[in-house]
Every structure is written in C-alpha cells, then in structure tokens.
Design a protein around this ligand. Structure first.
Ligand SMILES: [Zn+2]
Length: 341
C-alpha cells in the first residue's frame, strides 16, 4: 500500500524527527513534474511527500478544483500502487475563511494524507478560531488526515494572497505554544524569514534560531509538533541542516520544479528547433501538415513524450539531490509498513 494516509504520515514524520532527517514536500503543478519526482524518490529509496495547491487542483480540473483534486489523487494513487516507496499527498494552503467550502471537498474526497489550512494573514484570535474549526471538521471526516496550520507571516505571493516583506514577521515562540494548545494542529508552519516564490538576489534574513526557539518552547510545554518551513527556495543547504536540528521535518518547495520544467523544455526545443520549425522557404501550412512541401516535421522530437521524458529525468535528478540534502534518502519505510500488515 505505497499510497498512504495520515496515520502513516504521522509515523513517518515522527521517525524522521527522531532520526534527524526530513522531507522536501514538493508542489506538483504539472504531471511530468510528479512522475519525475517519483522516479527520483525511487532512485533515492526515499518516501515522497507531494502537494497540490487549490490553484493546481483547479488547473487539473480545468477550473473545477474539487474535480481536479479527485482526478489528481486517483492518478497518484494508481501510479504509486506498485512502487517500493511510500507516497503521501498534502493539500497546500487552503486559505481560511474564504476557501472553507473547498476544505469540505478536500475532506470528503478522502484523497490526501494531510491538508494545510492558512489563516495566517488574520489576527491571532481569528487564526486560532478558523484553524480550530477546520481541525474539528477534518477529524470528523472519513479518512485520517493530518492538519498543518501557519503562525506568523511568510513574505511573497501564494494562491493570490500577497504578503510584502514589510508585512512579514517571525513566529513568536509563546504564541506558537498557545496556538498549538488551542487548535490541536498536527504540524505547525513557522515564519522564519523565507519567502514564497523566487527568492534569489533578495536579502532574506533566514533564521533557523527562530525555529529552534519555537521547537524548544513547544517541547518544554509538552507538545511534540513537527515544524514546517515554507518558501524553501531561499534556504541555503547548510541552513537545511540547522532547520532539521530545530525540529523542522517538512520543507515546502515549488518554484524550483517549475523552473526545471520550463528550462528543460526550453533547452530541448532550442536544441531541436530545426526538427520542429519549418525552414524559411517552406510555407508554414500547419493545417495540411506541410503536405505540399519537401520538408516535414520530425516526430522523434515533437512527440510530447520525448520532452516529457527529458523533464522527468531532470526532476528525478533534482529529487535525488534534495533527498540526500534532507537525509531521507535510503530511508523509505515501505518495508516497515509491509511488516505490520
Ligand atoms: Zn506556503
């Protein structure tokens, strides 16, 4: 059963924290990205945490996010079935309260292993109320599903919600304890100076020490809550290790994969432009498929599976590197799961 629900994901995060490793939770905005990440997870013998935002679900459902989530979930579940690593699916950033009805669809779908609800742009009390109510709705649902929520504000744009660097702030450790006690969330996303989207060239003040203070405060109050860092594009490799030490076991990553997709496709079509674009003297008559000309496009290059495979291989390489960086490579728990059955 390599596609797993919340109970197995809770064990996976707990084991990771005990042993000082973690996971990049990978946003999937296009199917070749997902298949490539899965190839990489298999190469690395690492369990895989995928995630989809509501916008990505809407893309898969051509405007219908709920249908898109069910379709995507079915694809992932069937693909993962025969694989030798565990695959989990998180629904990322369900914004509260305005996307509350989508949360009902997420819960009813029985698809994901976890869901992130986000009212972090609201005042503390309202964030608590929205999150607490969401946790209750999820726990009343048909499947075991972990809930992640966020305290503090991460800069950048996410699902149409824009937070400027001036509005962003670091998570307060005492607030984190109060938030966890009042909401009973399973995972806590903390604001530590990272930014959603492309962060290179920005002067980010990324603070693993803030995560460490939050983790210590939670621990001293008797709570065992895995921490999450969003916007990992601006996190240096050595800071990943510091965050792992500070109790972070989930690093959200999205923009890097989008770039790898576009870059691989751009390079491929540039390198093989002559096989796809007609020469200048050829009439650009696509409708007749250049029937009246000597020249014809080369299917070896324009078949979408060819560039798709290039993209999958590139994403697989990226996933192997990331699994080694967070230490989950070589640690797939499929064997443990099967032993229990
Ligand atoms: Zn995020």
């Amino acid at each position: 059963m390599p596609y797993c629900h919340g109970d197995e994901l809770a064990d996976t995060y707990a084991t990771a924290r005990e042993n000082g490793y973690g996971f990049f939770a990978s946003n999937v905005v296009q199917f070749d990205i997902m298949v490539g990440l899965l190839r990489g997870a298999l190469d690395a013998d690492a369990d895989l945490v995928l995630q989809v935002s509501r916008d990505a679900c809407a893309f898969y459902g051509d405007g219908d996010a709920s249908a898109g989530l069910r379709a995507f979930g079915s694809y992932v579940e069937n693909l993962a079935e025969s694989k030798s690593v565990n695959v989990f699916l998180n629904v990322d950033h369900v914004h509260l309260p305005d996307q509350r009805s989508f949360l009902d669809d997420v819960v009813a779908s029985g698809v994901p292993s976890s869901v992130m609800v986000d009212a972090s742009d609201r005042p503390f009390e309202e964030n608590v109320e929205c999150t607490r109510e969401a946790v209750k709705a999820v726990r009343d649902g048909p499947e075991e599903l972990l809930v992640e929520a966020e305290l503090g504000r991460v800069a950048g744009e996410e699902n149409g919600v824009e937070t400027s660097p001036n509005e962003a702030f670091y998570t307060d450790p005492d607030d984190a304890v109060r938030f966890v006690e009042r909401t009973d969330v399973d995972l806590l996303a903390v604001s530590v100076g990272t930014q959603h989207g492309v962060a290179s060239g920005r002067d980010l003040d990324v603070r693993p020490d803030v995560a460490d203070e939050v983790n210590t405060a939670l621990h001293e109050a008797g709570h065992d809550v895995p921490l999450v860092v969003h916007g990992s594009s601006g996190v240096a490799d050595e800071q990943v290790a510091e965050f792992l030490d500070a109790g972070v076991c989930k690093f959200n990553k999205n923009t890097r994969y989008q770039y790898e997709f576009a870059r691989t496709a751009a390079d491929f079509y540039r390198d093989h432009a002559d096989a796809i674009r007609p020469p200048e003297e050829t009439a650009a008559d696509r409708n007749s498929f250049f029937a009246d000309d000597e020249w014809s496009p080369d299917k070896t290059y324009f078949h979408p599976h060819v560039v798709g495979d290039e993209i999958r291989d590139r994403l697989a390489e990226v996933m192997v590197d990331l699994a080694e960086l967070t230490g989950c490579a070589g640690r797939s728990r499929t064997t443990d799961v099967h032993d229990d059955e």
